[in-house]
Ligand binder design. Structure first.
Ligand code: FAD
Length: 487
């Protein structure tokens, strides 16, 4: 029995089906994808969550491990322009798939920038190869599994014990160079001054490995996976919110849903970990109680706006980013003094630049994302004020006149993450990737109190992001197979 039909639930289902297990997935919402859901209105089709398809080899590895391939499941396009960056007070730049061009750009930022970027990228590649080869696809049961000799020696060269902003500062002084190398920390739910330098692997991922677009967007991949679950004999029951887990003799025996009870042999929970532990289990069966979650550093929530615009917007690329001059102020509103940011950094996606079918002909499908602190007040009244402010800000930054051409608009904020996914305090990404929330320090894949209860997904190792959730499923299914041999 799997709870949740997000990427973790669907990938785990496929891995277990491949081993001949009988699988039922219980999902609260009415469609697959979890945070990668789809919202359709007036001919616009919005990817509600992830939009960057990164680390293609992880997807390839996953589909091969279930006996198929990416090419058999969906078409993948490599983007020529990875993204465009608007810098406050400075000219905008584009990052392309041509690394030599990116080096020349860095040289234009500061003398020696090209050589420095080459050196930085060599280190990032080394870290990426080591992380993928030795750290990500493995289970950490105790702190000693993590703090072994290899990690301690390699950890130094991998930059586990140093922060990313210090590491980047060794190479560059120019603000633009630093921001391009650090922005992706938001993808990991952290800030450059809290993230271990290990996460410079993100620059290898986005500058070198490339940015891709799957047919139908990220929701398209989730739908392809859901279809495969059904085609291979699994069952996905939508609108089946799980309301309680009955434990007897240290095992889950029954899963209660809004539509009835299900007997269970093994339960793999891929729904939000914090909510599940504190709400589905009696206190005595909780490995991580409420006070544990209160002490965690949560990843940001998000203020999202989906906009259908009935004209073409030539000034935008598929992926667009805006970095304010003093972005620490924005990070502080997320991690230090929770509040709504005044001059927010933002991400603006125009999926129609690559796939015009996501909107009616001649129109653009926009997705605006402002990372904000979890747990903020998110009332109707405040939303309206903040929405007007943010849209005026986007128009000023991009020089694009949007407001007169909006055909459809939907805001999705912290309170929606809580209501739709049971996200703890409305966090969009679960737990932040600080050093003490990495690997063994993330909540475990197996309950320590309930023998047949397991967890996968973004709260667990290796963490946040679609590729990471695929890896978490692979790790946890490996452990389930070992623990429940002969099932
Ligand atoms: C706006 C946004 C943008 C992002 N951008 C990117 C990106 O560009 N690239 C990238 O790789 N990653 C990105 N991410 C992160 C990525 O989407 C997530 O890390 C990943 O999708 C998490 O998958 P999951 O299966 O762990 O959780 P989820 O997708 O949240 O799936 C959990 C599922 O459990 C269900 N559920 C919850 N409670 C219950 C219950 N009681 N009973 C039954 N079902 C329940 C939920 O409805 C949900 O379907 C983004 C995330 C967000 C929110």
């Amino acid at each position: 029995m799997i709870i949740g039909a997000g990427y973790a639930g669907l990938s785990s289902a496929l891995l277990l089906l491949k081993q001949g297990w009988q699988v039922t997935v219980l999902e609260k919402n009415d469609q697959p994808g979890g945070r990668a859901r789809l919202w359709e209105d007036k001919g616009y089709r919005f990817d509600m969550g992830p939009s960057w398809y990164l680390m293609p080899e992880v997807f390839e590895h996953f589909f091969e491990s279930i006996g198929t391939s990416v090419a058999d499941q969906y078409q993948l396009t490599k983007l020529k322009t990875h993204y465009q960056v608007f810098f406050e007070g400075l000219d905008k730049v584009t990052i392309t798939d041509d690394l030599e061009r990116t080096k020349a750009l860095f040289e234009s930022f500061e003398p020696g920038g090209a050589t420095q970027l080459a050196a930085y990228m060599d280190e990032a590649q080394y870290k990426y190869d080591t992380a993928l080869g030795e750290f990500l696809y493995r289970e950490y049961r105790t702190v000693f599994d993590f703090l072994n000799k290899k990690v301690l020696t390699k950890g130094l060269t991998l930059g586990i014990f140093q922060t990313l902003d210090k590491f980047v500062g060794r190479f560059f002084t120019d603000r633009r160079a630093k921001q391009i190398l650090e922005y992706a920390m938001v993808f990991l739910g952290t800030s450059p001054s809290h993230a271990p330098a290990l996460y410079s692997i993100m620059s290898h991922i986005d500058l070198k490995l490339g940015v891709f677009f799957p047919e139908g967007g990220m929701n398209g991949v989730a739908r392809a996976m859901a279809d495969l679950v059904t085609a291979r004999g699994g069952t996905i029951l939508y609108d089946h919110e799980v309301t309680a887990l009955t434990v007897a003799g240290g095992r889950v025996t029954e899963v209660a849903t809004v539509k009835g009870q299900f007997a269970a042999d093994v339960v793999l929970n891929c729904a939000d970990y914090a909510w599940s532990e504190t709400q589905l289990l009696e206190k005595r069966w909780q490995t991580y109680n409420e006070s544990y979650w209160k002490k965690r550093v949560l990843a940001p929530s998000m203020f999202l706006v989906f906009l259908g615009v009935n004209k073409s917007l030539p000034g935008l690329e598929h992926h667009n980013l805006y970095f304010s001059a003093d972005w620490d102020k924005h990070f502080d509103t997320i991690f230090e003094v929770p509040s709504w940011p005044d001059n927010p950094c933002f991400y603006l996606s125009a999926i129609t630049k690559t796939d015009p079918t996501m909107a009616p002909p001649g129109c653009e499908n926009l997705f605006l994302l402002v990372p904000v602190a979890p747990g903020l007040d998110d009332t109707d009244q405040f939303r309206k004020v903040y929405l007007d402010k943010v849209l005026a800000h986007v128009e000023a930054v991009t020089g694009i006149d949007l407001l007169g051409s909006v055909e459809t608009l939907r805001v999705f904020g912290p309170r929606d993450f809580e209501a739709d996914y049971h996200a703890w305090q409305g966090t969009a990404l679960g737990l932040s990737h600080t050093l003490f929330q990495t690997a063994v320090f993330r909540p475990g894949h197996r309950s320590r109190k309930v023998k047949n209860l397991w967890y996968a997904g973004q709260y667990t190792h290796p963490g946040v992001g679609v590729p990471m959730t695929l890896i978490s499923s692979e790790v946890v299914v490996g452990e389930i197979l070992k623990a429940h041999r002969g099932h």
